[in-house]
Design a protein around this ligand. Structure first.
Ligand code: FAD
Ligand code: GLY
Length: 375
């Protein structure tokens, strides 16, 4: 089965790898280089605990399903392509600064346990025992040992290598301008330095992140994809933490090579990718409250990415009303976490051609319900 994938972010690459492993003939089109979108900006937390309260149970279930798949996914990617993904399993430590935070952590602990996710409340002293550089003003904590992390700047090249080793043809700097059904197949209009041409395929998967509906012509209805801007600060120097540290305002993600990421803003700014003084100030200020030692680190980078979001903040993963055209997009704040699950279920769907119960809540029809019928 000839399969074209539009978009070389973590979602497109993970799907390409999974489909190729199952025998599909896959060509992936990426208008820049793989990872040029949100995927290499992401912090890489694999943490269903993070935005738990605001997340519908069906999405938490998909996150947990994907989290369970991660160790095997990483092993398969590393074995196929020979490059490391930067996977770590030290967990997340929520740090409370005052009474409000403490009540919030009690609440979060209760919700986690309700949803079958183990979490342990800690005193301020316990917190500093496991993470000695945390501020002496921290009054308590919540340890979520099940959370893990991956380094997206390692994962993306590792996935690219795994795809290529598995027979995926990656066409970088090639933009897909249109998808059109034609006599039982699909015709893609593609454009590269060599000019415009047509590409025939049996199936196409749109995994183009926030650009799902931008500068591409398809017979699909409009779903209302929008960008949610995120700024993230990179620091480097003496290692100050082993685990991901966080509270409701900030997360701090340590990398094995001594980098510390502070994230992230969440802004409605359209497709703007400018780093702002205000965003950076907020991130540094909140991070300093948790880990005062950041004062002496080097500020090496301020990165900006666009999270792909639909109006209900749930992804679309599934078929469309156009034969052979599928969508895997709108992963918002969780695309790195959701990549192995998305790839697994998408491959089941595209290869076996049968509806998948697990994907029913992620169908795109739900986004059409509030749209006006044509006059
Ligand atoms: P993208 O990575 O944006 O990839 C889409 C690709 O498609 C791009 O490379 C683009 O160039 C290409 N493309 C678009 N249109 C076309 C076309 N017509 N033809 C060819 N190519 C095309 N998620 C987590 O799970 N954990 C985190 O800790 C986390 N932290 C984050 C922190 C920040 C600051 C941000 C911004 C995001 C974070 N995310 C996190 C979210 C995560 O980054 C996204 O959900 C994920 O990267 C989306 O992946 P994607 O493949 O759908 O999109
Ligand atoms: N999931 C972290 C972020 O989107 O900032």
């Amino acid at each position: 089965m000839r399969t074209a994938i539009v978009g070389g972010g973590v979602v497109g690459l993970a799907c390409a790898f999974e489909l190729a492993r199952r025998g599909a003939e896959v060509t992936l089109f990426e208008r820049e280089q793989p990872g040029a979108g949100a995927s290499t900006v992401a912090a890489g937390m694999l943490a269903p605990s993070s935005e738990l309260e605001k997340t519908p149970q069906v999405l938490v279930d998909l996150q947990l399903d994907s989290l369970r798949r991660y160790p095997d996914f990483v092993a398969a990617v590393e074995a196929a392509g020979g490059q490391p993904c930067g996977y770590r399993d030290e967990g997340t430590l929520w740090v409370s600064r005052h009474r409000d935070d403490e009540l919030e952590l009690d609440h979060l602990c209760a919700i986690q346990q309700d949803r079958g996710m183990p979490a342990r409340r800690l005193s301020g002293r316990d917190v500093r025992q496991i993470e000695p550089y945390v501020s002496p003003r921290a009054v308590g904590g919540l340890l979520v040992e099940r959370d893990t992390q991956v380094d997206p700047r390692r994962l993306v090249p590792a996935l690219r290598a795994a795809c290529e080793a598995s027979g995926v043809e990656i066409r970088a700097q090639t933009v897909v301008r249109a998808i059109e059904p034609r006599r039982g197949t699909l015709s893609l209009t593609i454009e590269s330095d060599a000019g415009a041409s047509q590409f025939e395929t049996d199936q196409a998967l749109l995994a183009s992140g926030v650009w799902l509906e931008d500068c591409i012509v398809t017979p699909l209805p409009t779903l209302g994809m929008r960008p949610i801007k995120g700024q993230i600060v990179h620091l480097r120097g003496q290692p100050l933490a082993d685990r991901v540290l966080r509270n409701s305002d900030i997360y701090l993600v340590p990398r094995a090579d001594g980098e510390l990421l502070l994230g992230a803003t969440e802004e409605e700014q359209g497709f703007d990718l400018t780093a702002s003084a205000g965003g950076t100030l907020d991130l540094l200020r909140y991070a300093f409250e948790v880990l005062p030692g950041i004062y002496d680190l080097d500020l090496t980078e301020i990165d900006v990415g666009l999270r792909p979001a639909f109006s209900d903040h749930m992804p679309v993963i599934g078929p469309t009303n156009v034969d052979g055209v599928f969508i895997a997009a709108g992963h918002y704040r969780g695309g790195i976490l959701l990549a192995p699950g998305t790839a697994h279920w998408m491959a089941e769907l595209m290869i076996n051609g049968q509806a998948i119960d697990h994907l029913a809540p992620f169908g795109y029809e739900r986004l059409l319900q509030n749209q006006e019928a044509p006059a």
